[in-house]
Design a protein around this ligand. Structure first.
Ligand code: PLP
Length: 239
């Protein structure tokens, strides 16, 4: 199957899952994850109708997406952000899904102010309690959101989760439900200034379940492009 048929297929699954949850499929934004993919593959996805592109690393994104600028494409950073890359991340990305500390929030706020933009961010939550996973510990989330609310150049758009890989999507469902409950609770407390509407959750193997649980952004790589190569493409050649 080519990218265009796979994209069609994904859209049909989005529609079916949204229908099961009584939601509009338009409330789900498909972020096409292009880490390790070539510029040619990204362009093919865009020609097939992709509007939102997600990358894990700032440098790889700069190298590949620079040539796309000028097009009407929304760029998302979905991987862990290092502080020495924060400035370039603010320059490049419309959305940062992986904000996971108040220190990074302050840094992004300062950089966004310097660059005269309002940076849209999602706060990544660690729901598994594993030290290896990045994300804010769930226990600290409300307090941290309160503090982040005071940062005027950030727009707190929602929450993101990257659960540990579990082969059965039904096993992931409780994590998705929990993220939705946290968002709803944070909004009910009323102290978060941003809209806090978004739930970035669900990947190729579990996005149907994520949508049933309220996902507004799904991050899809392999379901669109096939298995991922194990390293970044050589960007020197061919382009
Ligand atoms: C790679 C990645 C994805 C996409 O995963 P697939 O299983 O290929 O769909 C989504 N989110 C994050 C944070 C990723 O790193």
């Amino acid at each position: 199957m080519d990218i265009s048929s796979r994209l069609e297929n994904i859209h049909r699954r989005v529609e079916a899952a949204a229908a099961r949850a009584g939601r509009s499929p338009k409330s789900v934004r498909l972020v096409v994850v292009t880490k390790y993919r070539t510029v040619a593959q990204i362009e093919e996805a865009i020609r097939a109708g992709a509007t939102d592109i997600g990358e894990n690393r700032v440098q790889e994104a700069e190298q590949k997406l620079g040539s796309l600028s000028g097009r009407d494409i929304v760029l998302h950073l979905i991987g862990h952000l290092q502080s020495n890359k924060a400035k370039r991340a603010v320059a490049l990305f419309d959305w940062i899904h992986s904000l996971d500390s108040i220190g990074m929030a302050r840094r992004l706020n300062r950089l966004a102010e310097e660059q005269e933009k309002t940076q849209r961010v999602l706060v990544q939550v660690d729901l598994s309690g594993e030290e290896t996973k990045s994300g804010l510990p769930a226990a600290e989330i409300f307090e941290t959101l309160d503090e982040m609310s005071r940062l005027e150049s950030l727009s707190l758009e929602g929450l993101m989760v990257l659960p540990s890989y579990l082969p059965d999507p039904e096993e992931v469902r409780p994590y998705f439900a929990r993220l939705r409950e946290m968002r709803d609770a944070a909004r009910a407390r009323g102290c978060v200034k941003g809209p806090l509407e978004e739930l970035s959750m669900g990947m190729s193997h579990d996005f149907d379940v994520a949508i049933e649980e309220g996902a507004t952004m799904i991050r899809i790589g392999t379901a669109l492009f096939g298995e991922r190569p194990s390293s970044q493409p050589n960007l020197g050649a061919g382009r």
